[in-house]
Design a protein around this ligand. Structure first.
Ligand code: SF4
Length: 296
């Protein structure tokens, strides 16, 4: 692996992720805009979002002032050292911050002092897995703090919601979470949901749902059906863009499931704002670009 070339590719991956929203997200935003009444606050909000996207792309400027948490999902060949990869990625994040591609947006928790480079304890976040082929598959999500605040977790059964340990119980939790969000976290947004797992793996797997393109469906028919139903019922709440009221509360609902212990039944819900920054790159063993993911 040529680490200098890898760092250059990672810097470009960060630039694209920060400044250029993926085509699937923009298409759904445009579709939702058409559903809002002309001259309504909701239509105005959607116009502002789309203008924001256009300007960020035109000027190669960050899509939002909130850089968000950088989440790297990396499938590496067994002969690529994850620790060395992490070092290269941290340098790329530092460079991206210095160049203004990322705003300084990471602070030490206890002092509130800026980490200045967006690199610090626990940040950025890396998820590694060993791949079966010789290519590196690297995906990056930037997840804003406002949307992160909107996440929640339920432990079923939940008497308040009359939610039992079944998919109807899951449905009740997801709708309850959406009602509580009330458009904060910059709606319209995407719900990533994990049914099962433990408290930590459930939240992680819920976030991992954001790697899926918005128009896809779960491979499990029963979850695909619930995704469609929750999307429909979520839109019917009419919370609308930024909570202004309107047809566009959601851009998508993505459900996944993990095994659980008999004693536990968690429903973990992560929320992603309209600024769903996600890009990916596949690299050949020597560092050449094989393809970009999540294109236009
Ligand atoms: S929630 Fe999303 S759109 Fe809103 S400020 Fe944070 S990153 Fe930006």
């Amino acid at each position: 692996m040529n680490w200098a070339i890898l760092e250059e590719h990672l810097l470009e991956l960060i630039r694209r992720t920060s400044t250029d929203l993926p085509g699937d997200v923009e298409r759904v935003l445009r579709r939702q805009r058409r559903r809002e009444q002309p001259a309504s606050a909701a239509r105005w909000a959607m116009d502002m979002v789309l203008e924001n996207i256009r300007l960020a792309r035109q000027h190669a400027a960050p899509l939002c002032q909130d850089t968000g948490t950088l989440l790297f999902y990396c499938r590496l060949p067994v002969n690529v050292d994850p620790a060395r990869f992490e070092k290269a990625a941290r340098r790329a994040v530092t460079d991206a911050t210095r160049l203004g591609i990322l705003r300084e947006n990471t602070v030490e928790t206890l002092t509130g002092r800026s980490c200045s480079s967006n690199v610090g304890a626990g940040l950025p976040v890396f998820h590694f897995e060993a791949g079966n082929d010789s290519f590196l598959d690297i995906r990056l999500i930037m997840k804003g703090g406002g949307s992160e605040n909107a996440g929640s977790q339920y432990s079923l059964p939940e008497a308040r919601l009359k939610a039992g340990r079944d998919l109807d119980g899951v449905r009740r939790c997801v709708l309850d979470a959406l009602v509580k969000i009330q458009g904060s976290g910059c709606a319209p947004g995407v719900l990533g949901v994990c049914v099962g797992g433990d408290r930590a793996t459930g939240m992680e797997f819920a976030k991992r749902q954001f790697l899926r393109e918005l128009d896809d469906a779960s491979a499990l028919p029963v979850l695909a059906k619930l995704e469609r139903r929750l999307f429909r019922e979520g839109q019917a709440l009419r919370i609308g863009p930024m909570g202004f009221g309107g047809a566009s509360t959601l851009l998508g609902v993505k459900l996944g499931t993990l095994c659980r212990l008999p004693a536990s039944y968690f429903v973990s819900i992560s929320y992603m704002c309209w600024a769903m920054r996600r890009r990916g790159i596949v690299l050949a063993p020597q560092g050449g670009i094989r393809k970009w993911l999540y294109g236009d």
